[in-house]
Design a protein around this ligand. Sequence first.
Ligand SMILES: O=P(O)(O)OC[C@H]1O[C@H](OP(=O)(O)OP(=O)(O)O)[C@H](O)[C@@H]1O
Ligand SMILES: O=C(O)c1cc(=O)[nH]c(=O)[nH]1
Length: 170
Amino acid sequence: MVNPIAKLLIESRAIEFGDFVLASGARSSYYIDIKAATTNPTVLAAIGEAIAKDQEFDTVAGVAVGAVPIAVAVSLASGRPYAIIRKTEKDHGKAGTIIGDVSGKNVLLVEDVTTSGGSALYGIEALRAAGAHVDRVVTVVDREAGADRALAEIGVSLMALVRVSELLNG
Ligand SMILES: O=P(O)(O)OC[C@H]1O[C@H](OP(=O)(O)OP(=O)(O)O)[C@H](O)[C@@H]1O
Ligand SMILES: O=C(O)c1cc(=O)[nH]c(=O)[nH]1
C-alpha cells in the first residue's frame, strides 16, 4: 500500500464490516469509522498536512461533527483560519449556522467521508449563502458512491485523499 493516509486508516482499524445505516439512509456492509483515525493526533496531523500542502484557499471549513477536527488540522498546517458549519442553528446566544469569517473568502470545504455528498452540499449551500466562494471539496475518504457527480452539478470538484476501493481492495 503506497498511499500513506490509506495506510494510517488501516492501522487505525477504521474499516469495519457489518450492517450499517449511513447518513444518506442507504445501507452498507462496511463503515469507515474515520473518527477512530482522526481522534489520533498523529493521524490527524498527517491528514491536515496532506490537505494543506496541495491546496490554495483563504479559509478552510467543515460541517460538524466529523469534519471539524480535519478543518482545524488543515488550519494549523496551513496557518489559514477555519470555519465550522453547524448542522442545526442555535436558538440562544449568537444565532446562525456558521462560526468564522467566510464572507468574500475563497473557502475550501473539507469532509471526513463522502458518500452521497449530501453533507458537503449542505455545507456549500450554507457557505455560499454567507457570501463565500466555494468550488472545491477535499474529503479524506470518498466511498465512490456519487458524491463527485452531485458536487459537479453545482460547479464543485471533489478531491479524495483516499478512495474507498483502495481500502477495500488493498
Ligand atoms: O456524503 P454523505 O452521504 O452526506 O455522507 C457522509 C457524511 O456522513 C457522515 O456524517 P454523519 O451524518 O454521520 O455525522 P457526524 O459527522 O456528525 O458523525 C460523515 O461525517 C459525512 O459528513
Ligand atoms: O455515509 C455515511 O454516513 C458514512 C459512511 C462511512 O463509511 N463512514 C462515515 O463516517 N459515514
